[in-house]
Design a binder for this molecule. Structure first.
Ligand code: MUC
Ligand code: MG
Length: 367
């Protein structure tokens, strides 16, 4: 089985409800569909969601790096030679979403070729995850209305609340309103996307001490090294590194340096191969992980749940798997459904991704 062709297809699907957070906002899913074809007629599929404000990638840069650098480097290799593939991709720094999509498409091929689900190949711990929904910036009453709608419609009871606005009091008020409306049974945690200073963050955490938050994520920049350590040392809950710990080496640096005490794993940026490295590192160090969301579409979400459900430690917390609900449409022939607050892995060989050709024709931007 040899790789004979790699496609990087840009597509754009508008959001019905844009997501706003401290480091940016998303109005259209300007993603890239990645397809890796083999000489025995199989096609592995994944999706790259570029996040310029987090990693510097754009839709154009993802297409360019795959077309011009990655595809020529891996043509002729077998999907079984993943370490070779990664050695070649790693000659280029950065470009995490592009690399991750290639990696996941190769795992999809492995699964299809073996007639086995990727979830099982990765670990097969369970076939489903509880879902955590991300609530973006809006006036407090709109954030509450959204959380209640998501709870009532999909049975989701875990919410990651975007904070990091200034003045921070708006965010504290929104978290307080969410706790009051959702009651003690809801699980709430916060993500600042580096919007606050360390002192803002410490004050906000003290003011929210009675809200029973389970985690705090990236409240201030990790580059404010001493301020961040000072904050993490006094955080009453595990402090999640997301965009500051995107690779195994960065995870080591942030954890051992005292800048984080938990890790967000996003298959959109570390695929399956490097996500497993990060996950095993966290298990070895005794640090909790949460499956994060790079504002993935349904293809990316299917990848994320396949990985998250495959391992005991990543299946332990609700995974962020619901951003696709805010999109007006998607590319999957059979859309994902969240029921009783749970998303299931798709059955069948590989990742179970089947693209609707009419939808792809409608949303692709290269023709
Ligand atoms: C998150 O957890 O930060 C926002 C930007 C991004 O890359 O991911 C999202 C969610
Ligand atoms: Mg985050």
């Amino acid at each position: 089985m040899k790789i004979v062709r790699v496609e990087a297809i840009p597509f754009g699907i508008p959001y019905a409800k844009p997501l706003k957070f401290a480091s940016g906002e998303v109005h259209t899913a300007d993603h890239v569909l990645v397809r890796v074809h083999t000489d025995d007629g199989l096609t592995g599929t994944a999706e790259a969601p570029p996040r310029p404000y987090t990693y510097g990638e754009t839709q154009e840069s993802v297409v360019a790096v795959i077309d011009r650098i990655f595809a020529p480097q891996i043509l002729g290799l077998s999907p079984l030679e993943r370490e070779q593939v990664h050695a070649r991709l790693e000659r280029t720094v950065g470009n995490p979403a592009a690399k991750a999509a290639v990696d996941m498409a190769l795992w999809d091929l492995l699964g299809q070729s073996a007639g086995l689900p990727v979830n099982g190949l990765l670990g097969g711990y369970t076939d489903r995850m509880r879902v955590s929904h991300m609530v973006g910036f809006a006036p407090a009453e709109q954030m509450v209305a959204e959380a209640e709608r998501i709870r009532d419609t999909y049975g989701i009871t875990t919410f990651k609340v975007k904070v990091g606005r200034r003045p921070y009091g708006d965010d504290v008020a929104a978290c307080r309103a969410l706790r009051a409306a959702l009651g003690p049974e809801a699980e709430l945690y916060i993500d600042g996307n580096r919007g606050w200073t360390a002192s803002d963050s410490a004050r906000a955490l003290r003011e929210m001490a009675d809200l029973g938050l389970t985690f705090a994520e990236e409240l201030c920049p990790a580059d404010d090294v001493l301020g961040r350590r000072w904050l993490v040392s006094q955080s009453p809950v595990p402090f999640i590194a997301d965009e500051s710990a995107t690779r195994a080496g960065e995870v080591t640096r942030e954890l051992l340096g005292g800048s984080a005490t938990a890790i967000s794993i996003k298959t959109a940026r570390t695929g399956f191969t490097a996500s497993q490295r990060v996950l095993h590192e966290c298990e070895g160090l005794g640090v909790e992980v949460v499956m994060g969301n790079q504002i993935d579409g349904q293809i990316g979400t299917l990848c994320s749940v396949a990985f998250g459900a495959a391992h005991r430690s990543s299946a332990g917390h609700a995974g962020e798997l619901s951003n696709f609900l805010d999109m007006t449409d998607d590319l999957l022939a059979e859309p994902l459904t969240i029921t009783d607050g749970t998303l299931r892995v798709r059955e069948g060989a590989g990742l179970g991704i089947e693209i609707d050709p009419d939808k792809l024709a409608r949303y692709r931007q290269d023709r």
